[in-house]
Design a protein around this ligand. Sequence first.
Ligand code: NAP
Ligand code: GDD
Length: 345
Amino acid sequence: MNKSALIFGVTGQDGSYLSRLLLKKGYVVHGVIRRSSSINTKRIDDIYQEPFTKKKYFILHYGDVTDGSSVFDLIKKIKPKEIYNLAAQSHVAVSFQVPEYTSNADALGSLRILDSIVKINPKIKYYQAGSSEMYGKVQSFPQTEKTPFYPRSPYAVSKVYAHWITINYRESYNLFACNGILFNHESPLRGETFVTKKIVKALCKIKQKKQRRLYLGNIYSKRDWGHAEDYVVAMWKILQYKKPDDWVICTGKQYSVKEFINLVAKKINLDISWKGKGLKEKAFSKDNKIIIEIKKRYFRPSEVDNLKGNSSKAKKILKWKPVKDLNNLIQDMVTYELKKLSNEK
Ligand code: NAP
Ligand code: GDD
């Protein structure tokens, strides 16, 4: 009998990598998609199976974590062994624009799934996609499972709720419910408005003279960036461990956004030099043209300046460690972008 998993957020970056991983492991994967006016399944189109296929191992269903009845009905119908809740309005800056919706999806979405599990089958294992954003204004360094949270955005506050409701349901109803506290992870499939993808895409285009300028916000914040392909392995391992628990998943290395820009520029042989300070800081090309400008509109009402994790617990107990470093990540993202640009010719 194949194991079955249900993924909320299957169309996102992590949903796509996780689906592939589980399919490789022989799971039947059920994914929840939302209705949208234009098709948004491009990250999973290559593993999509026609509804008429006889032996189906990748099955999509319409649903939404803001709609309790759809969550309940799907879990009841599918009866999965494992549920991965990756569904979220996941953009921190956007969460300040749509705080109520973000809270509904990111905080109450988790509650809806957990509550359905209790009512349908408390043996279903649950993974909650927690975030290093929960550490926010960091209280100690590097951050571990024991570091207190200090969330700095509606997104992060919602994730703190989801974290604690997961623990509360685990303790109250004896659920196998786990939190992964994942630090930033990127890939060629990263959403276009996250900073790494925005930088890689723009610099590749600038190098080929297909774009003139890139506009960014705070380039001095620091992040612990890993590769999504490694991080979905951690999600799976978390649900295979003998007991439910909470886990920090990170690389333990930290770079600023500006350092990330310089590394990408070096990778594609784009000469850049920096001049000025604050909002007047700019990056120039070899022929003295402005290629990067700082714009106030990309700053957040409150920023998370400094994230760096320590995943010793996952390394020791789950035997998880990242395979790809920042150089591999940038290489993967650049290769993908350059190939896409050459196909557009
Ligand atoms: P992503 O690319 O933005 O994907 C989010 C997914 O959630 C998409 O499939 C999206 O569907 C879906 N979704 C959004 N609102 C929903 C709703 N109301 N009902 C059902 N599905 C909904 O995010 P990601 O980078 O893959 O991250 C996956 C999860 O990990 C998220 O919960 C994120 O907050 C969390 N996380 C991410 C990172 C990271 O660095 N990537 C780090 C820590 C935690 P549409 O395609 O229809 O929009
Ligand atoms: N998006 C974006 N766009 N960020 C910018 C820009 C810009 O133009 N300019 C500077 N930044 C800075 C942000 O202010 C932030 O400090 C940093 O770049 C990273 O921003 P994002 O790539 O948007 O990621 P994030 O760290 O806010 O959030 C991501 O990681 C979290 C885990 O820590 C998201 O994937 C979250 O969903 C995830 O939980």
